[in-house]
Design a binder for this molecule. Structure first.
Ligand code: WTA
Length: 574
């Protein structure tokens, strides 16, 4: 692999030194982190400029920004190449649409270099970029494009027929990346246009508070909500990538998350690239051998993944690990779900590395509570608030509770990467706040040393294999099935996936429970919503527990399932 030699550049003066942490934390202000950006001097803001062009115009010009590998491709792109290619992408998007600053551009494709070109090109053009998981089916794609009034989308031939263009009057253009694209008034062959495009582009300058990324995420009620982040989030993303990911100049960094999830943008693209780091991107599906092989082949030093992935690797056995040289690993991190102490122990045993848990949310836009730097790890704890972040456990009225009390995990509002709105839904946005506190929806406690311990979700949001699934969305889809009259969905604890989705359904008259019907229902959700949203377990019931106002009582379903006390049933209809 000739293209793969590493560009080793020594750590520069002024790079964050972990030994300085205690000193830094005490008097750190987010404004201190602004000085590194070009906009600090020029006043001209653009996230993609800071992530790509700033390095291309520096000593990092020929440093590799991205390595990409899948079954068919193995490529490397320097910062200088990234600058030119993302300029081309911005030109292609601009020349073939009326896209301009603030318009919504969606990216709906599996991980490939082109995903990163299109996303960063869209940012250079000043659009707000909405990344979508390739697993989304038509209904999920429709909801997001419709709600945000997307003007354009970049996709692949395989995913094209999941975009219901005829029902999306605001959707002007569909850019298709791949072979054999039949062009129409609406459909543009992205690669063909890339060949013709100039590698020079006049970056569109923005305001710090202008939108950057729009991530749709699930709540316990309502449709998925569009969480909008702004350009200024880059301040926290740059700084936390240094403190928490511990990125150094010579690192080879691998974030296993897809950009359809906030981890895949904030720490799969922006955090590392704002630091001028070298990232590995692995395409294709999860396969234990491929993952270990990638660490060995690329000499991965910093590895950011999720508990579900670690548990799957654990499940594959430790014998396999001995077949690979994983000694390059220096810093290992986890996000998305509670990191079990057993997994931390396993990490110590097999990699001889501590797995650092990190807690944050789509809404927070960047790391909040983490095991960062060289602080001692308490297995099972999420760590402590990073410098510049104030966290507390509050009661339902926003009063701060003393150590070791269970309550709502809350954050003092005003951190740089905080979402700035929920698209089209100001009431929902306001509902997150209690006075000065942003209330996360997680319950937790803080111990006497200031470490936070996750206890669960306050609402009914399901975490399956690290994916956040709103029960309401799944229930709504179930109700579209001709056989189903009532549906309630819960997360059921699972040793590998964290939780699996279990659905309770009542059938219309004339339908009988059967295994075929279960399978049909599963396929229906899979095709209509997404594979990861399809219930793994389905149970037929004559009737579901409901409140008098008709809301399905998921906590009663959960209590039945787990053999727990059902609690207060005073609001339940007879
Ligand atoms: C959960 C993820 C326990 C939590 C970046 C949170 C975690 C939700 C952890 C956000 C962790 C995330 N330990 N639970 N380290 N990290 N969560 O928006 O319930 O997909 O509220 O973003 O994941 O999920 P989201």
């Amino acid at each position: 692999m000739a293209t793969m030699e590493k560009n080793i550049i020594p750590v520069r003066d002024g790079d964050f030194n972990l030994a300085d942490y205690e000193k830094t934390a005490a008097d750190f202000k987010w404004e201190d982190a602004e000085k590194e950006f070009d906009w600090y001097r020029t006043g001209k803001v653009n996230l993609a400029h800071e992530a790509v062009d700033r390095h291309a115009d520096s000593y990092r010009k020929n440093k590799v920004a991205l390595y990409y590998r899948d079954a068919n491709r193995s490529e490397a792109y320097t910062y200088d190449q990234m600058k030119r290619i993302t300029n081309k992408a911005a030109n292609v998007l601009k020349a073939n649409s009326t896209l301009e600053k603030g318009d919504r551009l969606f990216i709906f494709m599996p991980r490939s270099p082109e995903l990163y070109f299109a996303l960063l090109g869209g940012l250079k053009l000043g659009t707000i970029v909405g990344p979508l998981f390739e697993a989304f089916m038509e209904g999920a794609v429709y909801d997001r494009l419709d709600d945000s009034e997307a003007k354009a989308i970049v996709t692949t031939p395989e995913l094209l027929d999941r975009i219901p263009a005829d029902r999306l009057p605001k959707l002007e253009k569909i850019f298709v990346v791949g072979e054999g694209v039949e062009e129409t008034d609406q459909i543009v062959d992205f690669n063909k246009e890339m060949e013709k495009a100039s590698h020079r582009f006049e970056t569109v300058w923005l305001d710090k508070e202008d939108g950057s990324v729009l991530h749709y995420t699930s709540g316990s009620t309502g449709r998925p909500k569009g969480v909008m982040h702004v350009q200024y989030a880059m301040v926290q993303q740059l700084q936390t990538a240094r403190w928490v990911l511990d990125l150094k100049e010579e690192d080879i960094y691998w974030c296993t998350a897809d950009p359809g999830w906030v981890t895949g943008t904030a720490y799969g693209i922006f955090g590392p690239m704002l630091n001028g780091a070298t990232s590995l991107i692995l395409g294709g599906r999860f396969k234990t051998e491929d993952w270990y092989k990638a660490i060995e082949d690329y000499g991965v030093t910093v590895w950011y993944s999720a508990p579900t992935a670690f548990r799957m690797l654990m499940g594959a056995g430790n014998a396999l690990i001995k077949e690979f040289d994983l000694s390059s690993l220096r810093h290992v991190l986890s996000v998305g779900e509670p990191l079990n102490p057993e997994v931390v122990k396993w990490g110590l045993e097999v990699f001889d590395r501590r797995i650092h848990d990190t807690w944050w949310m789509t809404e927070t836009g960047a790391h909040m509570i983490c095991n960062y730097g060289s602080m001692p790890i308490k297995p099972g704890s999420m760590g402590k608030p990073v410098p510049g972040i104030e966290a507390a456990i509050v009661d339902d009225r926003g009063n701060v509770l003393p150590p070791n009390s269970m309550g709502n995990l809350a954050l003092k509002k005003g951190w740089p990467a905080m979402m700035r709105k929920i698209w089209n839904n100001p009431e929902k946005y306001d509902s997150y706040f209690l006075g000065d506190w942003y209330v996360s929806g997680d319950s937790a406690y803080m111990d006497e040393d200031g470490y936070f311990w996750f206890q669960g979700r306050v609402d009914d949001v399901i975490m399956t294999s690290g994916e956040r699934v709103g029960p309401f969305e799944v229930e709504s889809k179930l109700l579209e099935h001709p056989a189903i009259v009532e549906a309630g969905v819960i997360g059921k604890p699972d040793p590998v996936r964290g939780e699996i989705i279990k659905a309770f359904v009542a059938l219309h008259d004339g339908y009988e429970p059967s295994d075929e019907l279960k399978e049909d229902i599963r396929q229906f959700v899979k095709k209509g919503l997404a594979a990861h949203a399809a219930p793994r377990e389905i149970e037929f019931k004559d009737k579901l527990p409901k409140t008098r106002s008709g809301k399905i009582m998921r906590r009663v379903l959960k209590a039945w399932e787990l053999d727990l006390p059902t609690g207060d049933l005073s609001t339940m209809e007879d």
